[in-house]
Design a protein around this ligand. Structure first.
Ligand SMILES: *Cc1c(COP(=O)(O)O)cnc(C)c1O
Length: 374
């Protein structure tokens, strides 16, 4: 029995609740006092989720998550600073590209997509290059689903007297990176990942004292978080047209997040989804790219089976017909595909997806599920 609307088992856009979608059925004026109160409430709740009450502020920015990451790098890295980028996937590589375009000094420490950066390698890099001022790490590299050791890296960066930036896009709200235990100047995420709002804006949790020192750093007007923040504090409004419907949906999504028990509840549901998925796929004969210890409960990469009858496009279409949308792989280390665990998905939805996968394999006549030789 296919769900009415396909479920998105992807890295985003993600499935949202009906009530979150319904919150968008109204047009708001940007100067409307109700809208202004809603915007302030959303920003305050983001700071609470980040564990940064009193020390941090939330600065939203229009666009997808990438816009927030680019705004974070451009605002927090001084023009004469130098950024160490920890790369183990497409999102780390994308940041390197941003820095090339911005013409800011940077250096990458790259590990394979199935390998997190080692904190001692970061320490060595920092002691070997005193010109590095900042480090940026991706919390969950959604390219593979690998969990990077953000807390240990934060300790190494703090000990070396440098500043940390985090792309926590696919982790924020489900995997802890509390400002009390992880020292960061800025952490970027978006409306449509673990917080299950509609896509349309990103936000950066900023240590207020660090942000105050960022005036004039940005390379771009629309991506200047200092200017966005200073204006929002002064006028309580966005500088340019706000994504009003998406903010209203996000306000509702945050109500549902709180009702689920916040980070503990949301994290537990995603871990259950992930466990059901991984156990079920392994029972069918699939192999995960990552060992369980490195797997974040966000998205799982599976090796493409060696059976020549397994054609991803056909497999994808069969699952889509049954109501489940999965995602191709984006790895250089292995031929693969991905199935996400986040968004408004339950354990029952994961079991439904597994049943659809079993059907599709039968229909394709796939029997040899072990990975293709590398
Ligand atoms: C989703 C994601 C982003 C942002 O991607 P957009 O497509 O711009 O929303 C950035 N980093 C990571 C790790 C992500 O998972």
């Amino acid at each position: 029995m296919a769900p009415k609307e396909p479920l998105l088992l992807t890295p985003g856009p993600l499935t949202t609740s009906l009530t979150t979608k319904q919150a968008m059925l109204r047009d708001w004026g940007s100067r409307d006092s109700e809208f202004i109160a809603m915007n302030a409430r959303v920003r305050a709740r983001l700071v609470e989720i980040a564990g940064g009450v009193g020390t941090h502020v939330a600065v939203p920015v229009q666009g997808s998550g990438t816009f927030a990451v680019e705004a974070m790098l451009g605002t927090f890295l001084p023009r004469d600073g130098k950024l160490l980028v920890l790369v183990n996937g497409a999102y780390g590589k994308r940041m390197v590209k941003m820095l090339q375009i911005m013409r800011r000094a940077h250096v990458a420490l790259e590990t394979p997509e199935d390998t997190p950066p080692a904190p001692q390698d970061v320490a060595r890099k920092l002691s070997g290059d005193p010109t590095i001022t900042h480090v940026v790490v991706v919390h969950c590299e959604t390219t593979s689903g690998v969990l990077n050791p953000v807390r240990e890296i934060a300790d190494v960066v703090a000990k070396a007297g440098r500043r940390l930036l985090i792309d926590a896009m696919s982790a924020f709200g489900a995997i802890p990176s509390d400002a009390h235990d992880v020292a960061f100047d800025a952490l970027a995420a978006s409306s449509n990942k673990c917080l299950e709002g509609a896509p349309g804006f990103g936000f950066v949790i900023c240590r207020r004292a660090a942000l105050e020192a960022c005036a004039g750093n940005a390379h771009s007007l629309s991506l200047d978080l200092h200017d966005q923040w200073a204006n929002m504090e002064k006028t309580r409004q966005w500088r340019f047209t706000p994504p009003t419907h998406v903010i209203a949906a996000f306000d509702q999504a945050l109500n549902e997040y709180a009702a689920e028990g916040g980070l503990a509840g949301r994290g537990a549901r995603y871990r259950r989804n992930c466990q059901v998925l991984v156990d079920g796929m392994r029972a069918l004969g699939f192999k995960t790219l990552l060992p369980d210890a490195l797997q974040a409960p966000i998205i799982v990469t599976f090796h493409t089976p060696q059976d020549p009858r397994f054609e991803f496009e056909k497999f994808y279409d069969m699952l889509r017909l049954r109501g489940y949308v999965i995602y191709p792989g984006k790895l250089t280390v292995a031929d693969s595909f991905r199935i996400g665990c986040i968004g408004r998905l339950s354990e029952a939805d994961m079991r439904g997806a597994l049943a659809a996968i079993r059907d599709a394999l039968g229909e394709l006549g796939v029997t040899k599920l072990s990975p293709k030789a590398a």
